[in-house]
Ligand binder design. Structure first.
Ligand code: AMP
Ligand code: ZN
Length: 464
């Protein structure tokens, strides 16, 4: 069955044809390791994980590279502001290296707790300074780059077409419409390939242009080419990367070797919180840690994200997480029941099961339509007859879902009425700000063998 993927480059769903039939090469823009990854970042990682898993389900081998940005990503995503790594280092009184190590580890911990596969190649920007330098030198040699007193810029006017992923009208963009930091720039959309380091700059390297450091876009071009070649199959990232980072990666590659680096460009939409943006000032930046703190298995968040196609905005709510948690528990229980089932499957059942598997494949192969695929997963889980064969089908589906379907639920016993009454009384005490009463009731619950955890919004009571 054909696999169709939406390509931002052509703005259509295309039948996927890899360059090499045996191995699909993917590049994903990885994290800038200057702060905790949010559940929004993780949505993009879940989408990339599903893509890998779907390709494998279709029989492909994967060579997937993901970078770790530990230098050069400026606060504005363009050529303005401080380096994000240096800003964090300054604020947290640590060295940029310590910051990078700390947040890289947390990032991989999050991937692990979401059962997201680690790409075959993980490459750090600061380990590839030489490759980046050579790339920039080649661009200068090819006439696509020029030096100013502050940086080496890419000259977008040298390209046949810029941009190509978006419809931005660069030609008619009035000079000066974009606030320029460097008056020596030839065109408003020229971007920095290499930046000359100010005197006290912490991260800088020797180069033909003195002590300096790489721009953010050059790292992905240099590492992508090093590990996957001048042209590979799929390039992924979040939608915010389209207009600047990915556009500029394409420009760089065209300037260096005349090629668009990837044939398919795939982008995941944003996660919204309560219908809006996640932001520090609104106090609604959530991390995987927050989901764990509410005693949910983080994989619940993965299942939650399957309620929406990766190209649509997904709205996060705690109610949504609670409902996904119940669904995950139900799914794992159904799997267990099928595993222990001995009902005989007749020909009609078998035919239904074959159809279900075909429907599942056609859903995932239709540009990773996970909400539709989940409806077939549920049909299998709720199959009237209980049989091991259905458990094996669910296991096969789980190679795409990555929900650890065979994990045993910690089934919570039904709570006795007296405990439910104590919880209700404590809720009332908390609402009335009667803290003495609330503490007394908490101690009573603990005495009766329960754990009590209070968060800003609620209390979580479980059997100890
Ligand atoms: P940042 O940490 O903001 O540089 O983002 C790193 C990556 O995560 C980028 O590719 C973004 O597209 C992605 N990302 C950031 N915020 C969200 C969000 N709310 N929803 C989905 N992806 C996001
Ligand atoms: Zn990138």
């Amino acid at each position: 069955m054909d696999l169709k993927l939406y390509n931002t480059l052509t703005k259509t769903k295309e039948i996927f044809k890899p360059i090499d039939e045996k191995e699909v090469k993917i590049y994903s823009c990885g994290p800038t390791v200057y702060k905790n990854a949010t559940i929004g970042n993780m949505r993009t990682n879940i989408f990339q994980d599903v893509l890998r898993r779907v390709l494998k389900y279709n029989g492909y081998k994967i060579k997937h590279a993901m970078n770790i940005t530990d230098v050069g990503h400026l606060v504005s995503d363009g050529d303005e502001g401080e380096d994000k790594m240096l800003k964090s280092a300054r604020e947290e009184h640590k060295s940029p290296m310590e910051i990078a190590e700390y947040y890289t580890k947390l990032f991989f911990d999050d991937l692990e707790s979401l059962n997201i596969e680690t790409p075959e190649i993980v490459c750090k920007a600061t380990d590839h300074i030489q490759e980046m330098l050579e790339y920039v030198q080649k661009l200068v040699e090819n006439g696509y780059a020029y030096e100013t007193s502050t940086a080496i810029y890419f000259d977008v006017s040298k390209l046949d077409k810029y941009p190509i992923l978006t419809n931005l009208d660069v030609e008619n963009q009035k000079a000066g419409a974009r606030v320029e930091v460097d008056k020596e720039k030839r065109n408003p959309y020229d971007f920095a390939l290499w930046i000359k380091a100010p005197e006290n700059h912490l991260m800088k390297w020797e180069s033909p242009w003195g002590l300096s450091y790489p721009g953010w876009h050059i790292e992905c071009s240099a590492m992508g080419q090093k590990y996957l070649g001048e042209q590979f199959d799929i390039h992924t990232g979040g939608i915010d990367l389209i207009p600047t980072h990915h556009e500029n990666e394409i420009a760089q590659s065209k300037g260096k070797c005349g090629k668009i680096p990837a044939n398919y460009w795939m982008h995941g939409e944003y996660l919204l919180i309560d219908g809006g943006k996640m932001s520090k000032s609104l106090g609604n930046v959530y991390l995987i840690k927050d989901i764990k703190e509410k005693e949910y298995d983080p994989i619940v968040y993965k299942l939650f994200s399957y309620s929406c196609h990766y190209r649509n905005k997904l709205n996060f709510t705690w109610e949504g997480i609670e409902s996904a948690s119940k669904s995950l528990e139900r799914l794992r229980n159904s799997y267990k029941i099928h595993l222990e089932g001995n009902d005989t499957l007749d020909n009609t059942d078998k035919e239904k099961l074959i159809n279900l598997q075909e429907s599942f494949l056609s859903a995932i192969n239709d540009d990773l339509n996970m909400p539709l695929a989940m409806s077939f997963v549920w049909e299998a889980a709720r199959f009237e007859k209980k049989n091991k064969e259905i458990a094996s089908i669910l296991e096969k589906f789980d190679t795409v879902l990555g929900l650890k379907i065979d994990e045993i639920n910690e089934l919570q016993e039904e709570m006795p009425q007296e405990i439910l009454d104590l919880i209700e009384q404590r809720k009332t005490a908390r609402q009335n700000k009667d803290f003495a009463k609330s503490d007394e009731l908490r101690d009573e619950l603990i005495k009766r063998g329960y754990t009590v955890k209070d968060t800003k919004e609620e209390m979580i009571v479980k059997k100890a």
